[in-house]
Design a protein around this ligand. Structure first.
Ligand code: KE4
Length: 432
């Protein structure tokens, strides 16, 4: 069945969903508005595959936007969830499992001496920002164009008109006042960062960055960019926050901070540490984390924070990603995919390139891998959209937006990658 034909059950469900839920989805990117067409309603998933409401099978390169690093419905994770659930779903009281996952996170990421569990990446970054402001007594924060850190008000902001002007809201409902302290700079632009600190360094509470960006497709930070950020924050007493909600445990066992060898003051985590269930976290230097309620003045709370069933999924996932050779295999898979897609596009004479870092990858309909948001946005969106739908018809499900990264799991075997590349060969020839 092709996208052009009515995808009967998906269409029916999408029409019904829109009656009770805005856009028919519980998170905007799922609505296919960037690529057009009808979102696929998924009924089940296993390994590298999932199936839609019409029973069509796809090779899945979303992986729930990062969490499904082990492949879907991994038996060990499902069993751990079932066992935990049989003992009750949530207590609103501390459990030993929360201690165990906290200890594991601190052991794997040495920059994290103490950690607080929350239920989403948005909560993790929002809380880290509040902690940075509470710890420094400063209001200003620095973020970068193209980085997404969840939907906390002060982070829904795009660059202002001038280079060092404060941001403008990107969402209705966010008062100007809520973003007037948010400075938005260009990713990988060291000079701008130096200028910002030169002019207002003693007013900056923190810098928050995706050290490997995955929300403007995949874009790597340059080592110089991150090192300058580290040095400037240290010099001016600002808190450096690495938002590793997506790249944490996705690009390697020590995340981007291990890959670059740079220690942030705080780290936000999510996705992989929940293994598909709602676990996220923020953590870092103990003297910072000690300022969190109930022992410190910075408040943060959550009914389901550290939920025992979700923690069981997360802890089992964190154990399984430590098996020997895991990231070597994951990285080899992502690189083989990108190389195969690039070769298939070259055969069809299409400007296309890709990049892969650990188990996440980027695809760009341009001649060169972008290094910034504006370079990424210069890519051929129309051709991406035709490619997306062509691949969807072939049973390959990439991210339904040009500005998203893609993800492989440890269960994306050679057969899945070969099938994807063969499908791409056919689609590239068709879209020409
Ligand atoms: P959540 O609140 O969606 O759990 O996490 C927010 C977040 C924070 N930081 C980074 C680096 C993130 O990538 C995210 C969320 N990522 C998106 C993917 N573009 C989630 C998908 C969605 O919004 O539906």
């Amino acid at each position: 069945m092709t996208t052009e034909q009515a995808t009967s059950r998906n269409d029916t469900l999408f029409a019904r969903a829109q009656l009770t839920t805005p856009g028919g989805v519980n998170s905007p990117v799922r609505a296919f508005r960037s690529v057009g067409g009808t979102p696929r309603f998924i009924t089940r998933a296993l390994g590298p595959h999932f199936w839609d409401a019409d029973g069509k099978r796809y090779i899945d390169y979303i992986g729930s936007w990062g969490p499904a690093i082990l492949g879907h419905a991994r038996p060990e994770v499902v069993s751990a969830v079932q066992a935990a659930a049989a003992n009750g779903l949530s207590f609103g009281a501390p459990t030993e499992g929360e201690i165990e996952i906290a200890e594991e996170i601190c052991r794997l990421l040495p920059s994290i001496e103490q950690v607080r569990l929350v239920s989403s990446g948005t909560e993790a970054t929002m809380s880290a920002l509040r902690l940075a402001r509470g710890a420094t007594g400063r209001d200003k924060i620095v973020k970068f164009e193209g980085c997404y850190h969840g939907h906390a008000d002060s982070l829904l902001v795009k660059a202002g008109s001038g280079l060092l002007t404060f941001g403008n809201p990107t969402s209705a409902g966010v008062p100007e006042d809520f973003v007037k302290h948010t400075l938005v700079l260009d990713y990988n632009d060291v000079a701008q960062l130096e200028d910002a600190f030169a002019t207002m360094g003693d007013e900056i509470a923190c810098v928050i960055v995706e050290p490997v960006a995955g929300n403007m497709n995949l874009i790597r930070a340059t080592p110089e960019f991150l090192q300058s950020m580290r040095d400037l924050c240290t010099k001016h007493g600002a808190v450096l926050i690495f938002d590793e909600v997506m790249c944490g445990f996705r690009v390697g066992l020590q995340g981007a901070q291990g890959m670059y060898g740079i220690q942030p003051d705080l780290t936000a985590l999510g996705k992989v540490i929940g293994g598909g269930m709602p676990v996220a976290a923020f953590g870092g230097r103990a003297e910072l984390m000690q300022k969190m309620a109930p022992i410190g003045p910075v408040y943060q709370a959550g009914t389901l924070s550290g939920n025992p069933v979700a923690v069981a999924a997360g802890m089992t996932t964190l154990k399984l990603i430590q098996e020997a050779g895991f990231y070597e295999r994951l990285s080899a898979t992502a690189n083989r995919l990108v190389a195969g897609l690039t070769e298939a596009a070259r055969e069809a004479g299409i400007d296309f390139c890709g990049d892969a870092v650990g188990g996440m990858f980027g695809m760009y309909f341009s001649k060169e891998v972008p290094g910034s948001y504006s370079e990424m946005m210069a890519g051929d969106k129309e051709r991406f959209n035709r490619f997306f739908h062509g691949m969807l018809d072939e049973g390959v499900y990439f991210a339904p937006a040009m500005f998203e990264a893609g993800f492989v799991s440890i269960q994306h075997d050679d057969a899945a990658i070969d099938e994807t590349i063969e499908a791409a060969r056919r689609v590239f020839k068709r879209i020409g």
